[in-house]
Design a protein around this ligand. Sequence first.
Ligand code: ASP
Length: 332
Amino acid sequence: MPTLLLIHTGGTLMMRGGDPTPLAPDVYTQDLLTELPVLRKIADIETRILCNLDSADMQPHHWVSLGAMVHEALPRYDGVVVVHGTDSMAYTASALAFLLRGIDRPVVFTGAQKPLRDVRTDARSNLVDACHLATMNIAEVGIVFDSKLLRGCRATKLDAWGMSAFGSPACAPLAELGLGVNLGKHLLEKREREVFDGRIEPKVMSVRTFPGLDPKLLHGALEAGVRGMVIEGYGAGNIPHLENSLVPVIERARSLDVPVVIVSQCPRGSVDLGRYQGGARAAAAGAISAQDMTTEAALTKLMIALGRVSEHAGRVLVAREAFATSWAGEMS
Ligand code: ASP
């Protein structure tokens, strides 16, 4: 019988009323197995409770605690399942993919749009699928929802109502569950275990470019001490360079050793800073392309990269190096 560790962090899946209620691990395990006894047929499951939060209240220090817990436990289980609210799941899954680059088995996030106790719920199928996939030969951090396993660092929440809450528009699912399980050919190879390094710099921000965005607001953020910025540009990463030009913001950021990373507002296609004048001026001013990464992945990667700044390698340099390579399949 495979062994799994199920770590609870909160979210709708185990909610009784509108809010997460305090949980004790033994009661939790009982509740889970009473509601869903079929889980016993999949694996021997142990549970741990990291926290019990609506995921809107997850913070970067929770990612680090979760990453450390998973890293410590992973050698002793066939896989790990993380129960998490959907709202910020893509951020946590991205952060874990980057914090746990050296893994050789699955770490599967799941949650639900409706609580497990509801008659009409997606919690049962999501949990069963997550536990099943967590026993398989998969060396990735993924999100299971609606019969699909998505790469965690490419996923984004797309639906606040329907049961298919997540998509990864720029990356095919890692696995699809129908009568059987179809595994994608792009699954990452097993990687060698690394020492856990939980350093992280949370003082970063993202901003979506829109007509009328006043660059003074971004200058204000630089003055307030932001350490890294993700700008969601239009299309291929284009930004305004005439009226309300963002180019001086990028120049000022560079002079303060604050990296500016550009992602696209489009869920598909990639940043190509050379394609239009605005993008080209951004690149000349020092902006870094995040290619086809999601905002969630770009922000978390930037935080983790900036955690590794040293006297030999400043912020722009570590960010440039980080975004030049794929750490966990986050870009094509
Ligand atoms: N607000 C909830 C959360 O993210 C929604 C969910 O669980 O799906 O924790």
